[in-house]
Design a protein around this ligand. Structure first.
Ligand SMILES: Cc1ncc(COP(=O)(O)O)c(C=O)c1O
Length: 472
């Protein structure tokens, strides 16, 4: 049995290391340097027959993970759309673990249930979405979209007089799902988990930025019968672009289609006055996904499913059993809207992060990141052989290297060479991707700490890497 004394020593040791990691982060190299073999050798020790002392376990953990941690709390981390785990959120997360609450139902965690209720209200205010929406806490955007699409599936069948909860999917009317050709990978897998095969999916053509073309959707909706779900995107993973909600959602409504919006990071644009125009009309959708652990900097894991139809939400997701008791005066049971019966009390951390930022803090960060993206665009524009493929509307840049009149293969090699060079230099964490057949260097400006001085360094590094590649 672990004594309180041993717990205290281990917790103090863990805290010491946690603070050192956060304090030293600017000095650490951007990329982890431990090899797979090294990490395996360090972690893969014999399972001890007798338990070890807690403080020793924590020291062993720190040593095993050393140089195998990705420095995504670093201001110069641009490789993926990942937040930087807000320090006050981390502090609240330590408490959350110590309190050990299971946030499934009100009676197992009353304070957590109320924190979630209040956070839901704040998020709806920040996103300027209808206050009557229902809300579920999820592990991230993947599971939040799974929840929203489960509700959509149930409700579009319900509107046809079909009771999915009673009859099940076998024999149900065929649902057609419409999505952009560049919908996020997790949307496609969610649809697979929900029983939609490729034949049920209708792909809609997109423009150069990855935005759905309303004419193509209108044409394809016009030719479809039966229940329909349309999936839109707020924040394309490469370009940061938004589907034209103002044109598309009214069209979907004339076809009685459920509209879901994957706004994993982009939906936060609703909060900053300089960016809200990107999301005009999105409030008319039926459900939305947004992440806390991306642009809002909430420590992992924290995603939110928001649904405009609480009755349908509860019908599709409810977990109830006689032992999951509630009294009339209780707050809501999160399991009536989410997927898990045992889970972390995610609301405490979110509550703390929102308090630490305040509305103005969130707006300042979003606007700063957008300004940083524009600054990087400015610094790179005009250099021969550097092409920014997207319109920089948000925080994302998709950069390709090499002259346009060179062969695609050669350009792709040059972009890959710049990425390798950046990796060798090891001061900025950047990576590549493929977009519309081109290799791109993808920049996501999303760490809470990143400011214009970091972008000046990034621009200088990129220009020097490009010069090294093109003048070899
Ligand atoms: C647009 C979009 N949707 C969904 C996801 C998946 O989010 P999560 O990793 O929180 O499940 C991402 C992740 O980057 C994303 O950018």
């Amino acid at each position: 049995m672990t004594s309180h004394k041993e717990f205290k020593a281990a917790a103090e040791k863990a805290l010491e290391h946690a603070l050192a990691w956060r304090e030293d982060r600017a000095k650490l190299p951007a990329f982890p340097s431990a090899t797979t073999a090294e990490l395996r050798a360090r972690f893969d020790r014999d399972l001890p027959a007798q338990g070890l002392n807690g403080e020793v376990v924590i020291e062993n953990l720190v040593r095993a993970a050393e140089h195998g941690l990705v420095n995504n709390t670093h201001p110069n981390f641009y490789a993926w759309v990942q937040g930087a785990s807000h320090p006050i959120g981390v502090a609240a997360d330590i408490l959350t673990s110590a309190w050990g609450q299971n946030a499934a139902i009100y009676q197992t965690a009353p304070a957590a249930a109320i924190a979630e209720e209040v956070c839901a209200k704040w998020i709806l205010e920040l996103l300027d979405l209808p206050a009557e929406c229902s809300f579920a806490f999820a592990t991230g955007a993947t599971t939040a979209s799974f929840i929203c699409l489960s509700v959509a599936r149930s409700e579009v069948l319900h509107r046809q007089g079909y009771d999915l909860e009673l009859e099940g999917l076998t024999g149900a009317p065929n649902i057609q799902v419409f999505l952009g050709e560049e919908a996020h990978a997790t949307i496609i897998s969610n649809l697979r988990y929900l029983g939609f095969g490729r034949k049920n999916l209708v792909y809609i053509a997109v423009d150069k930025q990855g935005r759905m073309l309303p004419e193509d959707l209108a044409d394809k909706l016009g030719r479809a019968d039966g229940p329909k779900i349309v999936i839109l995107q707020a924040g394309h993973i490469n370009s940061g672009a938004f589907d034209p909600f103002g044109d598309i959602i009214p069209l979907c409504q004339t076809h009685n289609a459920w509209v879901h919006v994957d706004g994993a990071f982009g939906l936060w644009a609703r909060t900053a006055p300089s960016l809200t125009h990107l999301c005009e009309g999105v409030e008319n959708a039926d459900s939305w996904t947004v992440d806390g652990h991306k642009w809002l900097q909430v420590p992992y894991d924290s995603g939110y499913a928001i649904v405009k139809h609480p009755k349908a939400h509860r019908r599709a997701m409810d977990i109830s059993a006689s032992y999951l008791v509630s009294d009339p005066d209780d707050g809501r049971n999160p399991t009536q809207f989410g997927m898990e019966l045992s889970r972390r009390a995610r609301g405490f951390t979110l509550w703390a992060v929102l308090q630490a930022f305040g509305r103005e803090g969130v707006v300042e960060m979003l606007s700063r990141h957008h300004d940083c993206a524009k600054l990087l665009q400015q610094r790179l524009t005009g250099t021969p052989g550097i092409r920014i493929l997207n319109q920089v509307v948000l925080n994302q840049l998709a950069i390709a290297f090499g002259d346009e009149n060179e062969e695609l293969e050669k350009r792709n090699q040059m972009t890959a060479a710049v990425i390798r060079k950046m990796r060798q230099e090891n001061t900025n964490f950047v990576l590549g991707a493929k977009w519309k057949n081109q290799t791109i260097l993808r920049i996501s400006i999303i760490s809470q700490l990143t400011d214009k001085s970091d972008i000046e360094l990034l621009a200088a590094s990129l220009l020097s890497a490009w010069n090294a590649v093109r003048f070899v």
